[in-house]
Design a protein around this ligand. Structure first.
Ligand SMILES: *Cc1c(COP(=O)(O)O)cnc(C)c1O
Length: 488
């Protein structure tokens, strides 16, 4: 299987590359992304074959049918990372919360957010490739909370990889910050930045663009890669859990193989939704993909009107911070798939030059064949959390945004899968507030909610509060480069 570029080829890069090259060097011509030339088939026979498979068996066979240039033994080792999830035999439980509504819990991994689903196996593969080629890579991440911990965790002590992670000081939850600053490994660096997430991300971008910094990396023989969802190495693992969740409904007797379902995805950078789109396109019987946004509802506007307009939009900080995004990377892959490279290049040039693009009526109709969207605000989210807590189910504020989409968007009464992207323990102050008890700190919230609801706080969260702080550095944006050079 070869990978091609969403904005066409610049005549300098190779026009078709292997999976391994696409994940080591994820930036394509003209600022585009790599996409697979085609997809494997997920027909009824494939689904039948895997009705009794474990998650790892399903994943291995799916990756095999993708024909990527990674040795089966390396894929097997990578998938063994799921053995550290709560239940290695079923890393993703699917829980019924309404007669026709099921929550697929993607957060049972190492850092309690769904980022582990893809970053865990991806991190292993990237390190193995770097070792085989005798190359050293630096991964730099700016995080608003979940990507940082998951990236550090997957690469800690992995040969040939260094990770530097920038977070906005005061801009993450206590749990998220502790997950980063207590990580203890020589190949990891965590830097708090005085400023908000935008400041942090912008300083990372200017550092990566700086000729001086590039020269420093070159002199140390270090290459740059990326671990965010612009990297197809993450997307490929995000197709699999959509298949698994569908099969879980079959196993529970809720549907028969071949029956259509809806899926509902709380979206930011659109990696999770893109995985669902590829699964649907490959043949998984998904009627429509319901996109849930928070008040930063640019994705809902795009899907409902065909307009993607950044002018006059300010990022609003919400209780679902992982969805506080205005420039969503992975919509580009959907547009490439539907409209081709020339049109994608044109649309994204328009976005760069005039901060907007608009689809034609025909293009919008094509987009709406697969997607429908809505958004909800923090108040609606709190009501949802409180409502389901009364029914005995605790969800985090990102998952809560899905309920409005589930209630409002379906035009037939089909079973619906909602993706739960974080455990409540990562956003415990919001959950506590939704349940009518305002607290100041995560520790207080964790204690109160677990007592009030009889909910379990996993060991890895409890232990965070007693661990040594290894990364104490908090700097001005201007001092980041110096910190980085010290680390390298
Ligand atoms: C990253 C994240 C999201 C958004 O997922 P995308 O794939 O970027 O759309 C939603 N919820 C949580 C908790 C996340 O960490």
């Amino acid at each position: 299987m070869y990978f091609v570029e969403t904005r066409g080829n610049d005549g300098i890069r190779e026009s078709k590359i292997n999976f391994s090259d696409a994940i080591l060097n994820p930036s394509a011509s003209f600022g585009g992304l790599y996409v697979p030339e085609s997809l494997p088939t997920l027909d009824i026979a494939f689904l039948r074959k895997h009705i009794d498979s474990s998650y790892k068996e399903l994943a291995a066979d799916f990756l095999n049918s993708f024909e990527i240039d990674i040795e089966p033994s390396i894929i097997e080792q990578a998938l063994n990372r799921y053995d550290d999830f709560d239940d290695p035999t079923n890393p993703i439980p699917v829980v019924k919360i309404e007669d026709d509504c099921f929550v697929s819990e993607l957060y049972h991994g190492q850092t309690r957010a769904f980022k582990d689903m893809a970053l865990q196996p991806f991190g292993y593969i990237l390190s193995r490739l770097a070792q085989e080629r005798g190359e050293n890579y630096l991964i730099m991440a700016a995080t608003s909370g979940d990507t940082g911990p998951a990236t550090l965790e997957t690469f800690k002590n992995q040969p040939n990889i260094k990770v530097a992670c920038l977070y906005p000081d005061g801009g993450t939850s206590d749990v998220q910050r502790l997950q980063m600053v207590t990580e203890n490994a020589a190949n990891l660096k965590v830097i708090g930045v005085k400023g908000n997430f935008d400041d942090t991300q912008n300083s990372l971008k200017s550092l990566l663009a700086s000729e001086e910094f590039k020269a420093e990396l070159e002199s140390r023989d270090i290459k740059l890669s990326a671990a965010n969802s612009v990297n197809f190495g993450r997307i490929i693992f995000q197709i699999i859990y959509h298949i698994h969740s569908y099969l879980e409904l079959v196993r529970k007797g809720e549907i028969n193989i071949g029956d259509p379902i809806y899926i509902t995805v709380p979206s930011g950078n659109f990696g999770n939704a893109l995985g669902g789109y590829y699964a649907k396109k490959a043949g998984l019987p998904i009627e429509k993909i319901l996109i849930a946004s928070n008040i930063n509802n640019i994705l809902a506007d795009w899907i409902n009107t065909g307009e993607y307009d950044l002018r006059d939009r300010e990022l609003v900080l919400t209780q679902s911070p992982a969805m506080d995004i205005l420039k969503s990377s992975n919509i580009e892959r959907v547009m490439y798939d539907k409209f081709g490279a020339d049109r994608t290049k044109e649309l994204f040039e328009s976005l760069d030059e005039s901060a907007r693009f608009s689809l034609t009526a025909d293009e919008l109709a094509l987009l709406q064949e697969d997607f429908i969207a809505t958004y909800s605000d923090d108040n609606a989210g709190e009501e949802v959390i409180a409502h389901y807590a009364k029914e005995g189910y605790i969800m985090d504020p990102h998952t809560a945004t899905c309920i409005k989409a589930y209630r409002d968007l379906r035009d037939s009464p089909l079973p619906t899968i909602i993706y739960s992207t974080a455990e409540w323990t990562k956003f415990s102050t919001t959950v506590s507030k939704a349940l009518g008890h305002k607290v100041e700190s995560d520790l207080e919230a964790l204690e109160w909610v677990s007592k009030d609801q009889g909910a379990v706080v996993p060991d890895m969260i409890n232990k965070l509060f007693g661990r040594d702080i290894k990364h104490k550095v908090v700097v001005e944006t201007t001092e980041i480069k110096e910190e980085m050079l010290k680390f390298l």
